[in-house]
Design a protein around this ligand. Structure first.
Ligand SMILES: Nc1ncnc2c1ncn2[C@@H]1O[C@H](COP(=O)(O)OP(=O)(O)OP(=O)(O)O)[C@@H](O)[C@H]1O
Ligand SMILES: [Mg+2]
Length: 461
């Protein structure tokens, strides 16, 4: 065998390799690398921003509106606009060219069409009056399975559909916060103070009982006293989407993973898993929004446990590969162990005190195949379907180059301008995420309907 056909790893000369090396690396090098990344990131992010440094949502054309958002014939759409000069009329880039609208305008138009249009078409999304928002968690301790992408796309489709969405980023990597253009200074701009407040309130109640027993109260430290003043609304950011708000994340949020167990040690009765859900409910977020999406980190830490316990709907994305299937199986195993042990701990105490027992319950749990390649993964996906049955959604979210390729400022299909793509490619990529949303919306609507009927029945009895 001549040397030029040798595999690349068999002809490495030690002296050449040594000459290629840089000197050994110290801690400060990490700081420099981080700085370089930060500068590059700001450069990239800056390209999608307006003069004030805020992200801007693109406009929507008549074609897109009448095809995807308000399903009426384009001619009818134009006629209704002409007949109602008070409605948003859109703007065109060229004389007589296609009309473009902001999402706010689309939402106004939808209300008009819903009030005037034929009753058979459901222009406005369904939500029974008086029932709380649904909380949806995307979780899997396997990384890179599509949690954040699916979560962001679901939030955007729900917003296009007219729902009011609150997005909560629980991953200290802050990917979701970047997608929605939020700049979070430190942990005080994340859910951290809300969790701290929940603990602080527990401690206050404990102290009340201590005082009644004639014991000394446990003092609240500065963090807790500060956190007691923070409301959900204080940490909510507006985004460039008129009907998507965000609670962001930042690296310091990771501190919660160390702080929460310490608090729990100090107050054994603190239901740490209920903190997020309780605070969102207490502050009225479940009335202010229709859907709350929780994006979680690739770990089953305390933040993820809070998300899972708060969730009504749990979506577990995974790819149709052996490793992801295997790892997802272990994730469910960990969920079982974690929640069973919380129930066991709570119910042992409840039984001793003669109180009713508790059990966690989810309205729906679905695993969802993401990044699916039918030409390579059909057999694997079929096998997963056979074993998981109804837990695995039969719908498979295709791999689409549109997400990976979406440029520096664009974070997904719904933010991309379809004119940048071949229309066929765009339609296929978009259909993938429209279907993902439709699968989710079936669950959402079905669950609300189930509750609406149960409420009617309870009232009749
Ligand atoms: N349907 C899809 N088609 C093509 N690429 C996809 C699709 N869904 C996700 N991806 C890509 O896969 C990668 C991982 O996705 P994502 O960040 O959503 O995963 P994640 O589970 O949130 O990861 P992490 O565990 O790090 O939070 C990203 O590069 C994303 O662009
Ligand atoms: Mg993620």
């Amino acid at each position: 065998m001549s040397s030029d056909t040798l595999p690349p790893y068999l002809n490495i000369a030690p002296d050449t390799a040594r000459d290629d090396l840089d000197p050994p690396v110290g801690t400060e090098a990490f700081g420099n690398i981080a700085l370089a990344c930060q500068q590059g990131r700001d450069d990239l992010a800056g390209r999608g921003l307006d003069e004030t440094g805020a992200k801007r949502l693109r406009l929507f054309s008549t074609w897109e509106i009448t095809k995807y958002l308000i399903p009426v014939a384009p001619a009818h759409f134009r006629r209704v606009l002409r007949q109602n000069p008070d409605l948003p009329q859109g703007r065109s880039e060229t004389e007589g060219g296609a009309k473009w609208f902001t999402l706010d305008e689309v939402l106004q138009l939808r209300v008009h069409f819903a009030a005037q249009g034929s009753k058979a078409k459901a222009y406005l999304p369904y939500r029974p009056e008086g029932l709380p928002a649904k909380i949806v968690a995307l979780a899997n301790f396997k990384g890179g399975v599509g949690k954040t992408s699916t979560c962001a796309h679901l939030a955007m489709s729900a917003a296009l559909d007219g729902y009011r969405v609150l997005m909560v980023d629980l991953d200290s990597q802050g990917s979701m916060s970047s997608i929605f253009g939020a700049r979070v200074e430190d942990e005080w701009g994340t859910v951290f103070p809300l969790l701290a407040r929940h603990y602080g309130e527990t401690l206050q109640a404990d102290n009340q009982r201590r005082l009644e027993r004639g014991e000394a109260p446990v003092p609240l430290d500065d963090t807790l006293s500060q956190a007691l003043k923070v409301r959900t609304q204080d940490v909510i950011h507006k985004t460039h989407w008129p009907n998507i708000d965000l609670i962001g994340a930042q690296l310091n949020l990771y501190w919660s993973e160390f702080q929460i167990p310490v608090w729990r040690m100090q107050s054994r009765g603190w239901k740490l898993w209920d903190a997020l859900g309780d605070v969102l409910a207490a502050d009225g977020a479940l009335a202010d929004y229709d859907i709350v999406f929780l994006d979680t980190p690739p770990a089953l830490g305390y933040l993820t446990i809070n998300a899972l316990a708060a969730a009504d709907i749990l979506l577990v994305p995974l790819g149709a590969s052996f490793l992801e299937f295997d790892s997802t199986g272990r994730f469910f195993d960990m969920l079982h162990a974690t929640f069973a042990s919380i129930e066991e701990g709570e119910n042992t105490a409840a039984r001793a005190l003669g109180r009713p027992e508790m059990a966690f319950e989810w309205d729906a749990v679905r695993a969802l195949v993401t990044r699916y390649d039918a030409s390579q993964q059909a057999e694997m996906a079929g096998l997963m379907q056979a074993y998981l049955g109804r837990t695995l959604s039969p719908y498979r979210q295709d791999f689409t180059a549109l997400i990976g390729q979406a440029g520096e400022s664009v974070n997904g299909i719904y933010e991309a301008d379809y004119r940048d793509f071949n229309r066929e490619t765009y339609a296929r990529g978009r259909a993938t995420f429209d279907e993902t949303y439709a699968e989710f919306k079936k669950l959402l609507v079905g669950i609300w309907r189930r509750e609406e009927l149960a409420r009617g029945q309870a009232a009749a009895e």
